[in-house]
Design a protein around this ligand. Structure first.
Ligand SMILES: Cc1cc2nc3c(=O)[nH]c(=O)nc-3n(C[C@H](O)[C@H](O)[C@H](O)COP(=O)(O)O)c2cc1C
Length: 182
């Protein structure tokens, strides 16, 4: 599979089979994330793999949105990944302050995508989740109060083999050469 094929294949999987996910596959996804670039090579991330069924269900329930079906599919995912934002190193901290840009959020996003692309390569499905009750998830997993969770990622084998077409803006709308032209 070439890169564009892989990028097309990765989609937000919201329907999972109950087939368990092999530990070595999960660790290869973490390895792909570990290889991600980050500002000043700060690597401000920690991956918590939640595969204990009871605990995983408790974490999944904290991603639901009240009075809607949003994120209820996480209950079917056999694994939840919790991406904790670690402290930036000194250079990244200074850079973030001087440039008024929190580099760690960018770093976390890149690492999450590396994880998800490797998962797609392994035949696994993922969905990044920005909607969750951070306070309760931190308590469930003994994450110190001072830390933040960047994202949750549901992980498992997709129920369907096929993958949907991408809904994306046309390339001309998102790109211009030699100046902002929109
Ligand atoms: C930061 C971030 C947060 C997201 N949060 C959620 C979420 O809480 N629930 C959900 O179902 N999808 C969530 N998504 C998935 C997006 O809806 C999805 O990536 C987008 O619609 C594009 O579709 P695709 O991933 O299938 O290509 C999130 C994606 C990102 C990058």
């Amino acid at each position: 599979m070439n890169f564009i094929e892989l990028a097309n294949k990765r989609y937000s999987v919201r329907s999972y089979s109950d087939k368990p996910v092999e530990k070595e596959k999960i660790l290869r996804c973490v390895e792909a994330a570990r290889l991600s670039p980050s500002a000043c090579n700060s690597q401000p991330w920690h991956f918590i793999i939640v595969d204990d069924v009871e605990l995983k269900n408790k974490v999944a329930k904290e991603s639901f949105m009240a009075l809607s079906n949003m994120n209820k599919f996480t209950l079917d995912a056999p694994v939840m990944i919790v991406l904790v934002i670690e402290k930036k190193n000194m250079s990244s901290n200074i850079g973030s302050f001087l440039k008024n840009k929190d580099f760690s959020l960018i770093d976390i996003g890149i690492a999450a995508e590396h994880f998800c692309l490797q998962a797609a390569e392994e035949g696994l499905g993922t969905c990044m989740l920005g909607w969750f009750n951070e306070k309760v998830v931190k308590k469930l997993l003994s994450i110190p109060k001072s830390k933040h969770i960047g994202l949750l990622i549901s992980l498992g084998y997709p129920k369907d083999e096929s993958f949907p077409d991408k809904k994306r803006k046309p390339i001309d709308d998102i790109c211009s050469f030699n100046g902002y032209n929109k």
